[in-house]
Design a protein around this ligand. Structure first.
Ligand code: F0G
Length: 463
């Protein structure tokens, strides 16, 4: 008998208590944080879905691995175990550890990208975009057309627009130092990229002599979606699918805080000997010696084990299904989300839920404040606060106004999801009374992290 309930494929060995606050306590906390959820104290949050990055629970194997950590400055055993684990999955010749994903980005772009150049990607994540722009180059997003339509179903909405990519490669010959595809496409809704799309993007880039990189943060989740949705992959393992994905690329940047199942860490991996040497030289300047790259030996051990645990199919089945479960509840209650549900997160479509709040009053941000006030739930916004300010100082609407509920790995259980569903249904009923916001402070870059806002019309919820 196959029972239909998909259980959490682990039992809990250590627990961390969480405690609710009253609504008035949350109101005070939010006011002190300038209506920016990043500026809250984590202890004032009940269910923290700000990010799936570095927030996962490690396994007993990872903790055991940490005890084996070799803290030698150079040539530690931990580095070689880490290198072997990365190479078994990616096949890349050079593996360069970094303290997290954005350090790998800074080192890659700092070495390979020059001012005035263009880096295409299906959709840059915010730090990826910022690191390209910091080099004086242009970060060009080329999502496939379906990826721009939140409520349209397509199995691989994370795909890069191949025609647009070819046009850029042709028209900007000599100005594209590398192209990237982000798996899964985080800013576009945690949507997967198909193997066919990765293969075709790689072939295009190579035809024009341009190196092709993956932003591989969620490579295991992307592999699982390929297994579920792409013809010809149902009988392959997630590991085999991941290996094929990486085989089309010349290198990758990786945040091990996602599908590395670790609390910190990342890497840059690539095949080109000369580029790798130049990257290592820059690494030594700011991150550390190339066999630790800003990490402790025990971090390298945790990642070596975690990368392989992320490809465990029981884990992937439970993880992707739990997000889908919450998505189905939203659908039945007319709460607009990006469809189909993505890998690491559920994305609420605030533009559709709050048509009365214009983009320049930040509907997604407003909705995220209400989720916190009513339910103690902390989410993040991928919206016009994040992307509105342009390098030339002007302000434009983001492609979408999204509230992202990102799920830490192996942390929350079914009853947490049921609680979330209740909060979402309640907040949806209040949505017509919600009013917009205005900025009172913004820093020059990555403004969503430290901006402060206030209600634009006296109060957040109209009577
Ligand atoms: N690329 C993608 C697609 C990401 O989602 C992230 C981080 C990074 C690169 C940078 O990695 O944080 O280790 O420096 N995303 C987190 C998030 C922060 O919440 O989505 P990092």
């Amino acid at each position: 008998m196959e029972f239909k309930t998909i259980i959490e494929p682990f039992r809990i060995k250590t627990v961390e208590p969480i405690r609710g606050r009253s609504r008035s306590e949350r109101e005070r906390a939010l006011a002190a944080a300038g209506n920016n959820l990043f500026l809250l104290k984590a202890e004032d949050v009940l269910i923290d879905l700000l990010t799936d990055s570095g927030t996962g629970a490690m396994s007993s194997h990872q903790w055991a691995g940490m005890m084996r950590g070799d803290e030698s400055y150079a040539g530690a055993k931990s580095f070689y175990r880490f290198e072997a684990a990365v190479q078994a999955i990616t096949g890349f010749k050079h593996v360069i550890p970094t303290h997290q994903g954005r350090a790998a980005e800074r080192i890659l772009f700092g070495t390979a990208v020059s001012p005035g150049e263009i880096v295409p990607n299906n959709t840059h994540f915010d730090t990826t975009r910022a690191n390209v722009e910091y080099r004086g180059a242009t970060a060009l997003d080329l999502p496939c057309p379906e990826g721009r339509q939140p409520q349209e179903y397509h199995p691989f909405k994370g795909n890069i627009d191949l025609e647009a990519l070819e046009r850029v490669l042709q028209e900007k010959r000599g100005q594209v130092p590398l192209a990237m595809v982000t798996v899964t496409n985080n800013s576009g809704g945690g949507q997967p990229v198909s193997m066919a799309n990765i293969r075709a993007a790689s072939e295009l880039c190579h035809r024009y002599g341009v190196p092709f990189f993956l932003d591989a943060c969620r490579f295991a989740e992307n592999s699982w979606f390929i297994k579920l949705r792409e013809e010809g992959y149902a009988d392959k393992t997630a590991m085999q699918i991941a290996q094929e994905m990486f085989s089309y690329a010349d290198g990758c940047t990786m945040s091990a805080k996602k599908d590395g199942m670790a609390n910190i860490g990342g890497f840059l991996a690539l095949n080109d000997d000369d580029l790798a040497q130049r990257c290592k030289n820059l690494l030594i300047l700011s991150e550390g010696f190339p066999t630790y790259g800003g990490l402790a030996g025990y971090d390298l051990e945790a990642i070596a084990v975690g990368l392989h645990e992320a490809l465990d199919e029981n884990y992937l089945r439970y993880r992707i299904r739990s997000v889908e479960y919450l998505g189905e509840i939203c659908m039945h209650n007319d709460i607009p989300t990006i469809l189909p549900t993505g890998g690491h997160a559920l994305y609420l479509d605030a533009r559709a839920l709050l048509p009365h709040i214009p983009w320049y009053e930040y509907p997604a941000w407003t909705l995220s404040l209400l989720l916190y006030l009513e339910g103690g739930v902390r989410a993040a916004c991928i919206d016009s606060v994040m992307f509105g300010r342009q390098p030339d100082g002007s302000e434009l609407p983001a492609a979408n106004e999204l509230v992202r509920l990102a799920f830490p790995r192996r942390v929350y259980t079914q009853s947490h999801f049921d609680y979330l569903a209740e909060v979402l249904v309640y907040v949806k009923e209040l949505a017509p009374r919600l009013r917009g916001l205005r900025l009172t402070y913004e820093p020059p870059v990555l403004r969503h992290f430290t901006a402060r806002l206030e209600p634009a019309h006296g109060q957040l919820l109209a009577d």
